[in-house]
Design a protein around this ligand. Structure first.
Ligand code: COA
Ligand code: AMP
Length: 633
């Protein structure tokens, strides 16, 4: 089949408003949009400014009304809890409308924020949808973050309520969430009035009587009383959620998602990008704490009337490297979406894909990869073993959906390993120099997107228009700065080569080295520090911290290094995967005092490097190389 991509992209470019007006017909509005885009509203304009709607209605109620009541909406598959449980659309709706009533009874109403701190269990999905139903703004915090990170988010979002589960299950250990949550609430200034706590038998939480409410008891009582909350009419521009993501400092950015534009964009992607039909099973093997989980575990599959897999497990070790193949064949998954690191993990354990022989994967059509650079080796290996198209696509928490991808539903374009392919309708992607001047084809530069951003992308940062402008819009006037660098080849394919800021990508998780440096500097024995991302065969990148100790420190360098590793785990969380700390006598700097992080990275990665002309003392680079060698990096 020849792809309809070129024609579709050209149609969008000719008349973007007409394009999105047509896409908006797929949504059940309360008041349909009369105006498609208002360029005078918000920071750079707002989509569907006069429309009203409810996202939960579109994700659940309308499917129940339109013949999908008995179809699977959610399949919960947990090798770590030894459970598989399916929820039909009717069952999911019953859970959500009851939970929404419980939340409302706890004093939450339209516009209030609710923090969700839960592992990959169906109740996490119900929690998000219940908030959406009554117009509360959810903010999901990933379970691998430490109490301090959770506290920062609580203080910025000022939630009335926290929805939490008592624990998460990591292979080999149960992570008790409640002590972390209690500690976070203690640390926070803006304390939530209540915690609705779902007790899991693997680690039951101690309850604080005045504040904590038992989830199961409250839901059971509400069901008995026939309590159900109706969908609240919201403006398309009202916030659906806030999702915090790493910024260039330790303070995360609260990415805001609206209701209307988000639904329109995500619904469009399910068929046109992912090539999935309503009724089919789609699996995003991520976590509801990340944007991939928000968009493609929860909202997009349900808006589309598809079945979404909620998987509480890992690609390897739960119980083996055949876990993904088992889930695909057992639940008839047509498209899998995960991060390349998951495939690297499988390849490491089972390079010949012996486990694959035990399963029938004929239901599966496509593998989608995102979250970090898909290295050609991994793409080729996945293609070889699966014998299906492997499609890389590039996006960010900020955009909420794919910027550059290969639109399977419009007809697959030739795959070039190493490139996520071409811009999706809605995105005019350009490569520019520091003066925002376009660069010629093949030349590397900053990747920017011409404003306005399409529906679904962030309209602003939570209660912080100034930071939105300063972070994304000021540097390249008229464009959104992605903070990624890359180039476009002769066929218009984009290549993403790295970040232009201090963000690193560890196992598909986005982390700020600046945030880690703040933690290292807070150690009483550390005079100076620098954190860089070094190449890692499994996780893509791993953080590596260099520290210079204060004069007269009596502890051994090894002791301080150990304490620093523990401190990052305590302050940021295990998700930071900070395991390499190296003590050095001095850090390499320019004559003006800037730490030469890029050169240090090249040395650590064993890449070729040249002596920076501005270096103050070249001998320090040899010291860095020796210190890394000592550590086995
Ligand atoms: N709650 C508590 N701790 C968590 C957690 C959670 N929800 N998720 C991860 N952690 C912990 C892990 O247990 C690990 O702790 P450890 O240092 O004690 O081993 C640490 O955080 C790092 O986790 P992770 O990056 O997941 O590494 P891993 O070694 O456990 O697993 C992979 C490596 C490749 C298997 C894993 O990263 C993976 O499955 N990736 C799939 C891709 C993905 O989910 N990407 C997200 C964006 S799409
Ligand atoms: P996040 O906001 O966590 O989704 O991380 C977004 C960042 O991850 C992007 O800015 C990129 O640096 C990186 N990223 C995501 N997807 C890809 C991809 N397909 N190829 C290369 N880098 C990617």
């Amino acid at each position: 089949m020849t792809s309809r991509y070129a024609e579709t992209y050209a149609r969008w470019k000719r008349d973007p408003q007409q394009f999105w007006a047509e896409a908006a017909r797929e949504i059940d509005w309360i008041a349909p949009p009369q105006k498609i885009f208002d360029e005078t509203a918000g920071v750079y304009g707002r989509w569907f400014p006069d429309a009203t709607c409810n996202t939960c209605y579109n994700a659940l109620d309308r499917h129940v009304k339109n013949g999908r009541a008995d179809q699977r909406a959610i399949v919960y598959d947990s090798p770590v809890a030894n459970t598989v449980r399916e929820y039909t659309y009717a069952e999911a709706l019953a859970e959500v409308e009851t939970l929404a009533a419980v939340i409302a009874d706890l004093g939450v109403s339209k516009g209030d924020r609710v923090i969700v701190y839960m592992p990959m269990i169906p109740e996490a999905v119900f929690a998000m949808l219940a908030c959406a139903r009554i117009g509360a703004v959810h903010s999901v915090v990933f379970g691998g973050f430490a109490a301090k990170e959770l506290a920062t988010r609580i203080d910025d979002a000022r939630p009335k309520l926290v929805l939490a589960a008592s624990c998460g299950i990591e292979p080999g250990r149960v992570v008790a969430y409640k002590p972390l949550l209690d500690q976070a609430i203690d640390l926070s200034v803006n304390k939530p009035a209540h915690v609705l706590m779902l007790q899991r038998p693997m680690a039951e939480a101690d309850m604080k009587p005045a504040r904590d409410v038992d989830w199961a008891e409250a839901v059971a009582a509400a069901k008995k009383a026939g309590r159900k909350a109706a969908c609240v009419e919201l403006r398309a521009t009202d916030p659906l959620y806030v999702l915090y993501t790493s910024g260039t400092t330790g303070v995360p950015k609260g990415v805001v998602r609206d209701n209307g534009g988000h639904m329109v964009a995500l619904k469009w992607t399910m068929k046109n990008l992912y090539g999935v039909e309503p009724g089919e099973a789609f699996w995003a093997a991520s976590d509801v704490g990340w944007v991939v989980g928000h968009s493609y575990i929860v909202y997009a599959p349900l808006l589309h009337g598809a079945t979404s897999i909620v998987y509480e497990g890992k690609p390897v070790g739960t119980p083996d490297a055949g876990a993904f193949w088992r889930v695909i064949s057992q639940h008839k998954v047509v498209a899998l979406f995960t991060a390349p690191t998951a495939f690297r993990a499988i390849k490491k354990e089972d390079s010949k894909a012996e486990h694959l022989k035990r399963y029938d994967l004929s239901c599966m059509r496509t593998l989608f990869l995102a979250g970090e650079r898909a290295d050609p080796d991994t793409v080729h290996w996945a293609q070889d073993i699966l014998k299906k198209p492997v499609v890389d696509h590039w996006w960010q928490t900020e955009t909420g959906w794919c910027i550059v991808g290969n639109p399977v539903g419009l007809g697959l374009l030739p795959v070039k390993a190493g490139s996520p392919t071409v811009p999706m309708p809605g995105y005019d992607v350009q490569i520019v120099d520091e003066g925002a001047r376009p660069l010629p084809q093949g030349q590397m530069g900053s990747i920017v997107v011409k404003l306005p951003l399409p529906p679904g992308c962030l309209p602003t940062l939570w209660q912080n228009d100034a930071r939105m402008k300063e972070s994304y819009l000021d540097e390249f006037p008229g464009f959104y700065k992605t903070a990624d660098a890359g180039y476009v080849d002769e066929d218009g394919y984009l290549y993403i080569m790295g970040r232009t800021d201090d963000i690193i990508n560890v196992a598909g998780h986005r982390l700020s080295t600046g945030g880690m440096e703040e933690v290292l500097s807070s150690h009483p024995d550390v005079a100076e520090c620098a954190v860089i991302g070094v190449k890692d065969n499994l996780k893509g990148e791993a953080p590596c911290g260099f520290v210079v100790l204060k004069a007269g420190v009596s502890k051994s360098p090894e002791q301080v290094e150990k304490e620093i590793v523990a401190l990052v785990r305590e302050k940021i969380g295990p998700v930071a995967a900070f395991k390499i700390a190296v003590t050095v006598d001095r850090l390499p700097k320019t004559r003006s005092g800037k730490i030469l992080r890029a050169t240090m990275k090249k040395i650590a990665d064993h890449d070729s490097w040249t002596m920076p002309a501005t270096i103050d003392d070249p001998a320090i680079l040899d010291e860095i190389a020796t210190a890394l060698e000592r550590k086995g990096v």
